[in-house]
Design a protein around this ligand. Sequence first.
Ligand SMILES: *Cc1c(COP(=O)(O)O)cnc(C)c1O
Length: 363
Amino acid sequence: MAKRVFNFTAGPSTIPLPVMQRIQEELLDFKGIGASVIEISHRTPEFEAVLFETIDLVKELLSLPPNYKVLFAAGGGVMQMALVPMNLIALKPARKALFVDSGIFSGRAVQEAAKFGTSIVVASGKDSGFGTIPEIDAASLDPEASYLHIVTNNTVHATQWHEFPKTNGLPLVGDSTSDIMSRKMDVSQFGLIFAGFQKNLGTVGLSLVIVRDDLLGHAVKETPKWMDIKVLSETDSMPSTTNTFALYVCNLVLHWLKEQGGVETMEAQNRKKSQCIYDVIDKSDFYIGHANPAQRSMMNVTFNLATPELEQKFVSEAEAQGLYALKGHRELAGVRASLYNAMPVEGAQALATFMEEYERRNG
Ligand SMILES: *Cc1c(COP(=O)(O)O)cnc(C)c1O
């Protein structure tokens, strides 16, 4: 069998091995057609079955209330930072969008929304180096604003909202690109959730958009049809040819997830995976964690060592032992271990063991 490492990359990220094997097995001949899933029309019954089954799996796995639509939009998470204001900023005439600034991906969303109206940062974690997600007071939110945007898991600074904020009636928008399906989530607290596929939903090219149905039909008139959520909803997310390969991989990933026991099982495993690494950080002065312990992420773990040399040596020695892609984001340097659903518990445990051993040799 091919050599497979424990792959801690932040994204595009590791995909469950059984899914990769299934893709390999049926790549040349999908469902006995004698052609690949990427060589057939998106309008064939075979492909439409993939599409509708994927929608049903999302509904089931996230226990979606009936008034929520499941859409697949073109592009990754960043593209949806434009889709959201195009569709929601005109909900109210003031065209204001509110943001909690919790790091890099909040900042990008602020910039995109400002192209369609006014972006207002209501709280920022900047003073803490984004190690902390700031609190907000729902009563102080501007009632003329159209929505409040948060990033449910901050992939770079490794913080995560464990309890979502109250919004005093404003629709809450969640960028869940790096933690969708990783834990139970009460979708009814949100007006819209988006998540690029590349972290927990398979491969690049599409994003999942979950939206409450009363929010459809408010797009600014310049909105391209591929970015208008009402058009996506009316065309089963295929106003023209969709990214068939990305949807197919997502379908297999969600089947795998369901077989594992669903989101609840993922959450228990993700807690275990992150905790075994946090335990090493917490009992050591050698590893310096970045995030506020009360808000630490189960998906991305970051830490620094005393010198850049010790960090580089850590990353290269880990890689030699099959622990791949641990180099931190340029913003924090150090080490980042991404523990998305497809990372097995054994991978996180192997990293924790390596950390203890590396500390003994270098501490
Ligand atoms: C990765 C990520 C994105 C960006 O996704 P792209 O596929 O690069 O557009 C957006 N938001 C969050 C929270 C992410 O982790």
